[in-house]
Design a protein around this ligand. Structure first.
Ligand code: PMP
Ligand code: GLN
Length: 382
């Protein structure tokens, strides 16, 4: 194992999914929907696969998908995107993230990022030789401490990596918070990589704002999204990135040596999907919101306090609120093996010492009857 990767174990998502399967537990750990996305999108993939060609598509992505991404970004964010130069298709958002780190960071460069953080961020930064500078967000509102964020930036900062709507907190960054990030990125002349895979899964009157749209940020920001989340097709691993031509080409330089390209029939099907009518996007949001409400109410009936959740697939339950005094890891193992419900321990998303990690992350993008069954099992156990 390389020295960098020796410091990391098996990803928590795999660990908890395996444990869930072993114990036949309802898997509310790893984030994936239990119903596949729209049948018409899957039919396009089947037809395109049948008709072909099934050979290497262009390195930047099939024209149909790049055009659809440009159209999507104009429709939802008012962005003016040149599909030929400003869009890159990758194998999942994960590859966009990896290509961004490998394409932009030099060994010794500092990278500002928020904790809790999504599992692949830190290893990717380290593989690229970057030095992480963490800014911790704490429950229940996950607010940014302005002075801590200011202090994390220096003249060595190469980029800030952020995620909104944010996994695992369910936080949606406000305009003020994005303005503060923009001010610091501009002041220190850094890049910003914004992971927006949950852009269409935002609740109530909260609205997703892309950092890319803020004044002065267009030239330095790459926005990353994923068909996995928007179309409930997480196994397809089709992601896309929008940035200026210059920034896109720097990132594409790494992409060409990582995967080079992504399955053409899936790309065409996602292009078809992105053009779906507003009602599709409304339904996605409303359905996820009602699942959040249903599951949150269930947790609260059992006696759990839950942290705020304005977006994503995830809600966090405070395990101390029902008098559990072990670690979150013990809690998640216990409920998986004994109650028959799997969750992810929040501590898996923190690196620094002293964080409050008495939370279990539950994934609620499941059929209502599955959510109800999980609540019933937890209720019986506690
Ligand atoms: N970023 C975040 C915040 C995620 O939660 C996920 C996956 N769930 C990804 C990136 C990876 O997306 P993809 O599956 O498209 O690679
Ligand atoms: N993003 C998903 C989660 O947070 C998992 C993706 C994966 O398993 N790599 O649960």
């Amino acid at each position: 194992t390389s020295n960098v990767l020796a410091g990391f174990g098996t990803t928590i998502f795999e660990v908890m999914s395996k444990l869930a399967i072993e114990h036949q537990a309802i898997n509310l750990g790893q984030g994936f929907p239990d119903q596949d996305g729209p049948a018409d999108i899957r039919a396009v993939a089947a037809r395109e696969g049948e008709e072909g060609p099934n050979q290497y598509p262009p390195m930047m992505g099939v024209p149909e998908l790049r055009q659809a991404v440009a159209e999507h970004d104009s429709r939802f964010y008012g962005l003016s995107v040149n599909w030929q130069t400003d869009v890159l298709v990758t194998s999942g958002a994960t590859e966009s993230l990896a290509a961004s780190m490998l394409g932009l960071i030099n060994p010794g460069d500092e990278v500002v990022l928020f904790e809790p953080l999504y599992d692949c961020y830190l290893p990717m930064i380290k593989l690229a030789g970057g030095i992480p500078k963490f800014v911790r967000l704490d429950p229940p509102n996950w607010e940014i401490d302005e002075s801590k964020l200011r202090a994390a930036f220096s003249d060595k900062t190469k980029l800030i990596l952020m995620n909104s709507p944010m996994n695992p907190t369910g936080k949606v960054f406000s305009r003020e918070e994005l303005e503060l990030i923009a001010e610091l990125a501009i002041k220190h002349d850094t890049y910003a990589i914004c992971d927006e895979v949950y852009e269409h899964i935002v609740f109530g009157d909260r609205k997703h704002l892309s950092l890319l749209t803020l004044p002065g940020m267009g030239e330095r920001t790459a926005r990353i999204a994923s068909a996995g989340k928007t179309f409930s097709l997480t196994g397809w691993k089709v992601g896309y990135l929008t940035a200026t031509a210059e920034l896109t080409s720097r990132i594409a330089k790494a992409h060409q040596f990582l995967t080079f390209t992504t399955a053409p029939n899936l790309q065409k099907a996602v292009a078809y999907g992105l053009a779906k009518e507003d009602a599709f996007y409304e339904d996605l949001k409303n359905s996820m919101q009602s699942k959040r409400d249903r599951f949150r109410d269930g947790l609260q009936r059992i006696g759990f306090t839950t942290a705020d959740c304005d977006g994503t697939y995830f809600i966090n339950a405070d395990i101390s609120s029902i008098g559990f005094d072990g670690t979150d890891e013990e809690f998640c193992r216990l409920i998986t093996t004994e109650a028959g419900v799997a969750a992810v321990p929040f501590s898996a998303f923190y690196q620094s010492e002293g964080a409050r990690t008495n939370f279990a992350r539950f994934c609620f993008c499941k059929r209502d009857e599955v959510l109800d069954a999980a609540i019933e099992k937890l209720q019986d156990f506690f």
